[in-house]
Ligand binder design. Structure first.
Ligand SMILES: NC(=O)C1=CN([C@@H]2O[C@H](COP(=O)(O)OP(=O)(O)OC[C@H]3O[C@@H](n4cnc5c(N)ncnc54)[C@H](O)[C@@H]3O)[C@@H](O)[C@H]2O)C=CC1
Ligand SMILES: O=C(O)C1=N[C@H](C(=O)O)C[C@H](O)C1
Length: 233
């Protein structure tokens, strides 16, 4: 598989190394200094760039008939627009706030737990996410997906960054050192507490998940998610 890498930062570099180990070729590396892109030179684009750059990177690929895997967070106010452009161009797209297998299992666990806890009014939920100090967005994309999973299975209506409100899930964002990504969901009552937590020890899980998604999407058309790639029912 020939890959066009959009964003050659921490994730781009890790994906390049791992993809080559799996026998793939990095045909193009696109970063800030790129002036021209030969879209015909790659089968699939993997975008781990910046909140400002992602929408343009992704939709230019659709216009050039290239399927896209995007892990960039912080640009989702334009997600629906990107979906429409993908469909108009008969292309294929997977966005995931987190590509790691562990976090995708954690997403499922979170939904199940939210469903059970929604019966118990004495518990209140809160979330904490910790990431490295270079991270541009807050809360993390993963925290937003987790909050959405809770809202779909409870009476919580929205989330709030570093604040509290009626029917709102408080998300506390912490930026610290070189932390790759830690997410904790806590339910607390007067008598006890329940916590579930995912800790990324490094970025390998994110990179492998994105490459698996790229391998999976070849030859397909449409909008998919990691649940499709991992065959979660
Ligand atoms: N979904 C997931 O599993 C994961 C998502 N992420 C997200 O991926 C994104 C990138 O993360 P990192 O690699 O850690 O960041 P990074 O800051 O190390 O790399 C981003 C790269 O994008 C480049 N860039 C800037 N403008 C560009 C443009 N117009 N076109 C192409 N590249 C451009 C920057 O120069 C930089 O090299 C972030 O939004 C982060 O939140 C990170 C890890 C896992
Ligand atoms: O910026 C990061 O590093 C990460 N971003 C993603 C997010 O915003 O959830 C995924 C992972 O936690 C690492």
């Amino acid at each position: 598989m020939k890959i066009g890498l959009f964003g050659y930062g921490k994730m781009g570099k890790m994906i390049a190394g791992m993809a080559e180990e799996r026998g793939h070729t990095i045909a193009t590396k696109v970063d800030l200094d790129t002036v021209e892109i030969d879209y015909a030179s790659f089968d699939v684009a993997i975008d781990f760039s910046t909140p400002e750059a992602a929408f343009e990177n992704i939709t230019n690929c659709f216009k050039n008939n290239v399927p896209v895997i995007s892990g960039t967070t912080g640009w989702l106010d334009r997600y629906q627009e990107a979906v429409e452009l993908c469909q108009q161009n008969d292309s294929a797209f997977i966005y995931a706030s987190n590509f790691s297998l562990g976090v995708n299992i954690f997403f499922e666990l979170n939904r199940q737990l939210a469903k059970m806890m929604s019966q118990l009014n004495e518990y209140t939920v809160s979330m904490e996410e910790i990431h490295h100090t270079q991270k541009l967005d807050a809360p993390s994309g993963t925290a937003i997906t987790l909050a959405e999973g809770i809202m779909e299975n409870s009476s919580y209506m929205d989330w709030q960054l570093n604040g509290t409100g009626e029917n709102s899930i408080p998300i506390h964002s912490i930026r610290e050192g070189a932390v790759p990504g830690t997410h904790t969901i806590a339910y607390d009552s007067e008598v006890d507490g329940i916590e579930i937590k995912h800790t990324a020890h490094n970025r390998k899980g994110f990179a492998l998940g994105a490459i698996l998604a790229a391998e999976w999407i070849l030859g397909k058309k449409g909008i998919f998610g990691m649940r499709d790639v991992l065959n979660f029912t």
